[in-house]
Write a protein that binds this ligand. Sequence first.
Ligand code: NCD
Length: 480
Amino acid sequence: MTTRNPPATRHIISINDLSDREIETVFDVAQSFLTELPDGHFPYRIGRSTKIASNSILASLFYEPSTRTRLSFESAMLRLGGETITSADPTTSSAAKGESLADSVRVIANYADIMVIRHPRDGAAKLAAEYSPIPVINGGDGSHEHPTQTLCDLFLLKKKNKRLKNLKVAISGDLRGSRTIHSFVYALARFGATIMPMAAKGMELPAHVDQRLREEFRCQMVTGKGDGDAIDALYVTPEEPHQQSLFSAAELESNIDVVEKKVDAVYVTRFQKERWADKDQSYPKIDRKFLSEPKYSEASVMHPLPRVGELDAAFDADRRAVYFEQAAYGVPVRMALIALLLGLKGKSLHKFEGGFERPKYPLYDQPRPIGIHCANKNCIVHDPMESQYVRNKFYVVKTQTAAECKLRCAYCEGDIEHFVVASRKNKWFAADPAALVRADEQHFKDIVVFAKAADATEAGFHSRRAAAEPKPRRRAGSKA
Ligand code: NCD
């Protein structure tokens, strides 16, 4: 039985698994379905079916509640002429008996041709992909990512604005817990957007997402006028990824146009109560009054849904309310993604390799049980049911500042900045992250990384400084 997927299998775990060109290809194919299979009344609705997937089966493996994602994936497969099999309730599947995700995936891969998975743990979809010989699509993993929601969001933005580049988008609510936001901001940054975070108190973007926006996507922070406006900071991104911004930071700060430019979209999210222990948060409400400011006069008001009070239902009749149209695009967009992953539309995503051109970081793959573990307690590596199937794997990400580096969990993509590096051969350790940058991937097997010095000592390593200190010299006349 295969334990690891063949290298050619293409999985969509992050929005960054798709290049800009591939995203445009998904949209071309989605539009062709809307044109070829029209509803006749509503231009955003698929009204007919085709037979192109008549020999294919989609498996939905959902460990968390879902309405739109699961049903639109299944509707998409049925509209393509394929079949669907569903495990929508973990209390009625073998998960309730204690079966690991890694085992379930290897079994289900024999029953279907493509799989969509939703799971409460960050990084679960990546683990599933490691064990699946068929394409795995991430339908939302913890608070990590939700790439296909972002495809629907971008498709809507493209429809409304006739372009994806250089949009100005406000994002409101639980920016920490919302996986939809995390995929969305990476994509927005890649397309050169200006992003206006309007986080609920204490629910700002996670530090690692903020850092990636600045370091990997070259976003610059601009502070607003501080006049009591809800928005006091913006991420401004250059038009092309990897292209330096045309503005210096000082120029940006005085660039009132950037701050005052009309907003193309306001993206509202609900409080992700299932991801927070403290459920008594005050939360911003977006309503007609908030949206009456002139800068929102042409903004599309978006929401991944469900909404639970943060977006006033009295706004639904407003021409700017586009959230139900956004949800309708779940069908053509997911039809396109399935068709491309299965190579059913003349075009295939298999022909493209590697997704978004992100830097290639060396992988530090550490055997259990010793050494550092991911610091995110919700990461799949901490799921007791998966303990035999995951390893602690980290990308060694060189930071901009120096020869320093941080570790990025290969599953949840959370970062660890402080750690000690030990040598198996010499049995010493040092608080010297740069040792990982200096060693190439081949030498990683001599290295063990620990979260802190005490862990290294407990595992039998000694501090390099202590080892290097000269032994005290014997005084003359002292006894041997
Ligand atoms: C989102 C999700 O599950 O992350 N729902 C969806 O797929 N449209 C948003 C949410 O639950 O808040």
